[in-house]
Design a binder for this molecule. Structure first.
Ligand code: NAG
Ligand code: NAG
Length: 416
């Protein structure tokens, strides 16, 4: 290493100030970029590498649903809306379906919120079926491949399994009509029926302007060692305990509630975003799903994500060097979090912080309302472009049929 690092770790008895300062030849936090495959892929430009045809659907599948509830623009699954808007004006869009590499069906399946704003996917299967029926009868493209050159944005907790409870989601499986399509989804867990091979795992939506508005100077000292805000138990939905977050969050609380290195609580302060920028490590434990928006927030705010979610498949894992920027802790090792984190050498921490400071790393995590090169929209396109050309097996022989239109729960077959 070229620079001589002088690392100061004063633990002040009053308030535990944890300062890490690098005595580099330039001031402030330097950024570092991974060279080699990961970093280069992150900066790939998909424009010119694929053409996408956007089906025109009646507005009841998208815009009308949004008109009924504008809150759909702000929740964790809003990517389905912003991806539609992005594609409409993207240079990869083609108006000529005969030259398209990919077909996209703009359908907002998660824009169905409870009064308290919780998105529920109960109508999604019928809605999706209705949309597939429509595109397959009005255009010739679906029948050529039964969807193998089509992609769908299905950001809900368990993707196209369309249920918010894991057991039920597993029982349902991926909607039969989407079995050949490429799914763009937030859910990612290895060896899980709701993640099929070839899916593109994306970050959940976190509001970019709001995060931007809470930025503090990047050289602000990180005086909090470990930070977490959120639920430890979900007494309403998991009264017995142990099912929610497979007990991992409960274990965080029980082991570290009185540990001064851990700033953890269920309170959600107005300074939440600022606090993350003042923290060295941000815990990103699983909840009901393996991921949460904390992952995005941690990267955007330069706080090293501590990922506690066994078998998680992280967003754009082929482009983002998660192993290098984050810390992975097995669910069963939660009780050792303190020793694991305090024993990470300062130079390792500094390197992770420099990698996180790379604007490309942050941008890949967000869906900005004016798209920017390298943002999550572009990473999705990169993922789709890398899957080209479609294999020969994508194209069916005339009259060949693989999908079963009547498979699945009977109530999914009712017209939408
Ligand atoms: C596609 O196949 C279905 C039956 O499998 C048929 O009803 C429909 O008309 C076909 N679409 C086109 C555009 O030919
Ligand atoms: C399609 O699924 C239905 C319902 O599960 C089943 O009864 C039927 O036999 C299946 N058809 C084929 C051709 O596999």
């Amino acid at each position: 290493m070229r620079n001589c690092l002088r690392v100061l770790l004063p633990l002040l008895i009053s308030g535990f100030v944890w300062t890490i300062s690098a005595d580099n030849d330039d001031q402030g936090l330097r950024t570092e970029r991974i060279s080699g495959s990961a970093g280069d892929v992150l900066e790939d430009n998909p424009i010119g590498k694929l053409k996408v045809y956007v089906y025109e659907l009646p507005s009841k599948y998208n815009k009308k649903i949004l008109q009924k509830d504008q809150r759909c623009l702000n929740h964790m699954f809003a990517a389905e809306i912003f991806m539609h808007r992005f594609l409409l004006s993207s240079p990869v869009r083609t108006m000529n379906p005969n030259e398209a590499d990919w077909f996209y069906t703009p359908i907002y399946t998660t824009c169905d919120l409870t009064p308290t704003g919780l998105p529920l996917p109960f109508k999604a299967p019928r809605m999706m079926r209705s949309a597939v029926q429509l595109i397959s009868s009005n255009w010739p493209y679906w029948n050529r491949t039964e969807g193998a050159d089509h992609f769908f944005v299905v950001p809900h907790d368990f993707g196209a399994c369309f249920h918010y409870q894991e057991e039920k989601a597993i029982e349902r499986g991926i909607l039969p009509l989407l079995k050949r399509a490429t799914l763009v989804q937030t859910f990612g867990q290895r060896n899980h029926v709701c993640l099929k091979e070839g899916s593109i795992t994306i970050p959940p939506y976190a509001p970019p302007q709001k995060m931007q508005a809470h930025l503090i100077p990047p050289d602000t000292p990180r005086s909090i060692f470990v930070y977490f805000r959120g639920l430890f138990y979900d007494v309403n939905n998991d009264p017995e305990g142990g099912y929610y977050a497979r007990g991992a969050r409960a274990a965080v609380w029980e082991n570290f509630k009185n540990n001064p290195l851990f700033d953890i609580s269920t309170d959600h302060p107005t300074t939440y975003y600022e606090d993350m920028q003042r923290s060295v490590f941000c815990l990103c434990p699983l909840g009901w799903a393996p991921w949460s928006p904390r992952l995005v927030e941690a990267v955007v705010f330069g706080c090293i994500p501590v990922i506690i979610a066994d078998e998680i498949v992280l967003p754009f894992a082929d482009a983002i060097p998660w192993e290098e920027i984050g810390v992975f802790v097995a669910e069963e090792d939660v009780s050792k979090l303190d020793t694991m984190l305090t024993s990470i050498p300062p130079e390792v921490i500094l390197r992770k912080q420099r990698l996180l400071a790379n604007p490309f790393m942050k941008r890949a995590m967000i869906f900005p309302q004016r798209a920017q090169p390298g943002d999550a929209f572009h990473q999705i396109l990169n993922g789709l472009a890398r899957k080209l050309p479609h294999p020969k097996t994508a194209y069916l022989k005339p009259d060949q049929k693989l999908l079963n239109w009547t498979a699945g729960p009977v109530k999914d077959l009712k017209p939408w």
